[in-house]
Design a protein around this ligand. Sequence first.
Ligand code: KIV
Ligand code: NA
Length: 268
Amino acid sequence: AKGRLTPGDILARKGGSPVVCLTAYTTPMAQLADASCDLVLVGDSLGMVLHGLPSTLGVTMEMMILHGRAVARGLNRACMVVDMPFGSYEEGPEQAFRNAARLMAETGCQAVKLEGGQHMEATIRFLVHRGIPVMGHVGLTPQSVNTLGGYKVQGRGEDGARVLADARAVAEAGAFSVVLEKLPGTLGAEITAALPIPTIGIGAGADCDGQILVVDDMLGQFAGFRPKFVRRYAELGNAAADAIAAYAADVRARQFPGPEHIFEGKAR
Ligand code: KIV
Ligand code: NA
């Protein structure tokens, strides 16, 4: 943990050079992200991209802790944040503190992230006052997919005032940054200008203080769906499918293993 950027360092980047954020769920991916990113999030997106769940609602504290511990081993420089899973904080500040403290103690993360704006203001304030840095998350909040009625763009037209009020509430509560998910780019810019803390966009336009993507999405490893806001920087899923098909063909044709893969030794 020595040498990692702190939540305070991230806060101090407001209005400065863009804060580069990425998710990671394993040690090797955390090591790769650590080399280039300022903040690594163990997102509850892991339920969908790693565990095949239909949404993030089934993600548990145990899953977040297991992946969080793996990611912590791979980070030397990036600030580490772990998502609070659905059901672990919504009952109230005390429940949120108990579970956030557990995530921090058992993973070694430096902060937690939770979804929600105005209705989470008291909870965020409670955590921050007791030593737990919090990253907010407003706009499209996937844990509320059933009340939002799908993964739709949030804050269009009149609804923009609600998302702005949510973001303001998160900042007012003492969060060190806030994720803005799936908003019109103009609203992302407006919220970024209005808040004293860094906004980290995912599908919220080019004017946020930083950006985040789900690593499996940007590497082309997750085939479930393809959000408009993702740029694919690699096609690792296709590369893996080709590699596995080539391996299967080689085994069937007795082309693998080759002489270089075979141990020598006298037959008895
Ligand atoms: O779970 C996740 O990966 C997230 C990011 C997309 C912000 O919450
Ligand atoms: Na999340």
